[in-house]
Ligand binder design. Structure first.
Ligand SMILES: [Zn+2]
Length: 230
C-alpha cells in the first residue's frame, strides 16, 4: 500500500533533480544521469601536490587533500551546495559524500584512514540550522568507504561569525582557537583522520581544526571537501 501511494505521489509530484529541475527517473539517485556525469570533477584524489595541498604548504602539515568538484559561481556546484544549505536537501549532501567516498576509496593516497571527522558546528548554530552539512557529507563517505565517522573528538567552542565576506587574514583570526579536542584522546593516538568540509575557500577553518588534531600524539590528517575554489 505504501509503495502504491509513493508511486501515485510520484506521478503528481515527481521528484526533481536539484541540478536541472527536471523530473527524476526511478533509477536516478538524487541527481539525474546528465547532471551527475557532467559534474566538474577535479580528480584531485590521484593528484599529488594539487592546489589544495599547495594551499596548506607552510601553514600546517597534512598528508593528502582532495575535493570532489570545482566550485564556480553561478554553476551547478553552487546550485547544489545552495540546495543543501538553504533548502535542507540532506539526501543530496549524503549522495555527494558517497561520490567523494568512491573517489577516496579508489585512490591509494587515501589508504589506511581510521576515521572521518566533519568540521563541527557550534551547538547554537546546530540547534538553529538543525543539521551540519559536513556531517551529512561525512556520512555519505562512510557509506561508500566503510570508514567510521567520529564527531566527539573535535569540538567547536567558539560560535564564529559568517566567513563569506572576510579576507583570508580576517578568516584566520575569526576561527583561531574556535576548536578544541575532547578528553580521553589516548585511544586516538597515532591514527590517521580525514577531515571534511563542504567548500574549501581559504582553508582557514580547516587549518584551525587540523592544528588541534595534530596536538594528539602521532596523528596524521588528510583533507576532503565537496568543492574547492582553489
Ligand atoms: Zn539534472
Amino acid at each position: 500500500m505504501r509503495k502504491y501511494i509513493k508511486e501515485l505521489a510520484a506521478i503528481f509530484f515527481p521528484e526533481t533533480c536539484p541540478g536541472c529541475k527536471k523530473p527524476l527517473y526511478t533509477h536516478n539517485r538524487i541527481l539525474c544521469s546528465f547532471c551527475e556525469t557532467d559534474l566538474p570533477f577535479t580528480y584531485y584524489q590521484d593528484m599529488k601536490d594539487n592546489t589544495i595541498e599547495q594551499a596548506f604548504w607552510g601553514r600546517v602539515n597534512i598528508e593528502n587533500a582532495t575535493a570532489l568538484l570545482f566550485y564556480e559561481k553561478h554553476d551547478i556546484v553552487q546550485k547544489l551546495l545552495h540546495s543543501i544549505k538553504y533548502h535542507t536537501h540532506k539526501d543530496l549532501a549524503i549522495r555527494l559524500g558517497e561520490l567523494l567516498g568512491d573517489q577516496i576509496k579508489s585512490s591509494y593516497r587515501f589508504n589506511g584512514i581510521d576515521a572521518i571527522i566533519p568540521v563541527p558546528l557550534h551547538k547554537k548554530k546546530l540547534l538553529k540550522r538543525g543539521f551540519n552539512q559536513s556531517y551529512l557529507i561525512a556520512k555519505g563517505i562512510s557509506l561508500s568507504t566503510g570508514i567510521p565517522v567520529k564527531t566527539d573528538l573535535l569540538l567547536r567552542i567558539k560560535n564564529t561569525e559568517s566567513q563569506t565576506k572576510k579576507s583570508r587574514t580576517e578568516r584566520c583570526d575569526n576561527v583561531k582557537k574556535a576548536f578544541t579536542i575532547s578528553r580521553n584522546i589516548e585511544l586516538w593516538e597515532n591514527k590517521h583522520f580525514i577531515i571534511i568540509d563542504d567548500v574549501i575557500t581559504t582553508g582557514a577553518t580547516l587549518e584551525s581544526c587540523i592544528v588541534e588534531l595534530l596536538t594528539i600524539k602521532g596523528v596524521k590528517v588528510s583533507v576532503a571537501s565537496i568543492a574547492t575554489v582553489l
